[in-house]
Design a protein around this ligand. Structure first.
Ligand code: AMP
Ligand code: MN
Ligand code: MN
Ligand code: MN
Length: 321
């Protein structure tokens, strides 16, 4: 008899705990600034025993259909998602939309989410033009065309594509340096003015019957007080969840974040924010979640049914065993 190996996690727990695994609700593909095709990403999820997954490319649902097909073949429960670009108090803030209605519903012509994604695509294109003008002054010739080439014509251009162009042109040693000097928060190439306001984006997610999740709260360089203000503004706008764990983060700050979420009765999500193989991150790899009484996002009333109706199978491991 063929031995069958299934994903280690059948049902998700009611609470966060340090051994929680098999779920990743924040990942990227080549539909935005990730390195893998959506189908390759799902294969990697299966290899890493991630049975619950959300593809959350920047400002686009373009990769979800391909990911869904592959997810079905691998026995992965794939939740439709997208990471939306916003601004709040002059800071670029990312909001993950978890959309249990799926991509078909979200993309219906004339729906608020379809309109929102079109608006964000236009904002991203215009922003890329402005970034290109600035980087050309620094010596990056044909900046827009170069960045577009790194986006492979598939994705709307983002700062990582400019970073790759700068590395290629020999202006910086690596992408990290490109962000540190030219593209990171507050630098010349960090243009946020074109992004819609946080409140508006949260509103679009609510209209799409989705759950708005504040992405990687600890990565905006905010003081604890300002992070509290951000969480308050996000909650007031109708945001109901935040990523308690995003990739690798300081355990003390993670525990404190759990407290901040608890005080506001917010739900907690988690994900790797995986972009490319080769680094420390992989699908389903992140800091151990703090033990916390904060409710996990899969218990949110608009998501619980979606999670309850699905069980990862891990079929690819059965067939290849
Ligand atoms: P954009 O969506 O064009 O604003 O680009 C933001 C993306 O740039 C993030 O999602 C990350 O993938 C990447 N990024 C942000 N900061 C850094 C950094 N310091 N080093 C490398 N990549 C970064
Ligand atoms: Mn990214
Ligand atoms: Mn982000
Ligand atoms: Mn991300």
């Amino acid at each position: 008899m063929t031995p069958t190996q299934s994903f280690p996690l059948a049902a998700l727990p009611e609470r966060f705990h340090p051994e929680l695994s098999g779920i990743d609700l924040h990942m990227h593909s080549i539909a935005s600034d990730g390195a893998l095709a959506p189908a390759q990403l799902m294969k990697l999820c299966a290899d890493k025993a991630v049975g619950w997954a959300a593809l959350t490319d920047h400002d686009t649902l373009d990769g979800v259909a391909e990911a869904r097909q592959a997810a079905e073949a691998h026995g992965i429960a794939l939740l439709c998602g997208v990471e939306l670009s916003t601004q709040w108090a002059g800071v670029g803030i990312h909001v993950v939309a978890l959309l249990p209605g799926g991509e078909a519903q979200a993309l219906v012509e004339g729906s608020p989410m379809a309109e929102a994604l079109r608006l964000l695509e236009r904002a991203r294109c215009e922003r890329a033009e402005r970034i290109a003008v600035r980087l050309e002054k620094l010596g990056l010739e044909d900046a827009l065309a170069r960045a577009q080439r790194h986006a492979g014509g598939r994705a709307a251009v983002g700062r990582p594509h400019f970073a790759r162009a700068m590395v290629e042109a020999g202006l910086v040693a690596d992408q990290a340096q490109a962000f540190k000097r030219f593209l990171g928060a507050g630098k010349l190439g960090d243009i946020k003015a074109l992004w819609p306001e946080l409140e508006q984006v949260v509103g679009w997610i609510r209209q799409a019957s989705g759950v708005a999740v504040l992405a990687h709260p600890l990565r905006y360089g905010l003081t604890r007080r300002r992070l509290g203000l951000l969480l308050d503004a996000f909650s007031a706008a109708g945001g109901e969840a935040a990523e308690l764990v995003s990739g690798y983060q300081n355990p003390d700050r993670g525990r404190d974040l759990a407290r901040l979420l608890g005080e506001r009765s917010m739900y907690a999500s988690l994900g790797s924010d995986f972009h490319a193989p080769g680094g420390p991150l992989a699908p389903g790899r992140y800091s151990p979640p703090p033990s916390s009484s904060v409710a996990p996002v899969w218990r949110h009333p608009r998501l619980a049914e979606w999670f309850d109706e699905r069980r990862p199978r891990g079929s690819i491991q059965e067939t290849s065993a």
